[in-house]
Design a protein around this ligand. Sequence first.
Ligand code: CA
Length: 259
Amino acid sequence: MTEPLQPDNSKKILVIEDEESIWSLVKNYLEREGFKVEVATEGRQGLEMARQHRPDLVILDLMLPGMDGLEVCRILRGESSVYILMLTARTDEVDRVVGLTMGADDYVTKPFSPRELVARVKAALRRQQLDSVQPAPAQTTPPLPLEPAHLDFGNLHIEPDARKVWVNKQLLDLTRTEFDLLMTLAATPNWVFSREKLLEIVWGYDFFGDERVVDVHIGQLRKKIEATGGGQPVKTVWGVGYRFEPIPVTTSSTNQNEK
Ligand code: CA
């Protein structure tokens, strides 16, 4: 597929976590990889540091003294599109974390393996690097499958370069992850993608990652599409995954709530 980019380990990572045993471990592992790591042990302080230092990625604990992780995530997401990796204590918090904040890109459940955390950080940064790569002048290998200036599927319109999506003539306010998911599905209409495959393509994970995070982000994406009243092109394939079914153009606006 794509050529792996050289990892840019001068990337800045902000860790917002009050438990010293955890932040020192995480800091250690990330610094060993060459990342620049800063630590905030309180929510408000973390938010201030994020504003000042503009990290490339934020590792954010859910339970923090003072302003909690959800609030920090919500505010931060309102201000920037920085990749946010949440640390949660329990798996059953996932829906709440990703759903409520509508902004965390991924989460890791405690206790976690530091090696896995580092691998996720690297995958996320690699993905960001890919996102920000401008169409390169004549390469030996072509860029990903042909990406035309825009894609039209009935009343759904995508401009990949601008990373913008319109449904029913309404511009969707999508997070980076939601856009990547939609783009991946829409690039091969009607193809069924397993959750595992989506984790691999969108998150860059080969062998880890919780498939539920895919469901939560798909859920958010669908909600935003549904809110336009323009139909639902993202279909669930039970027991398998998801596929994109172009919305047929109709003269009267239909409002199906198909799952
Ligand atoms: Ca904590």
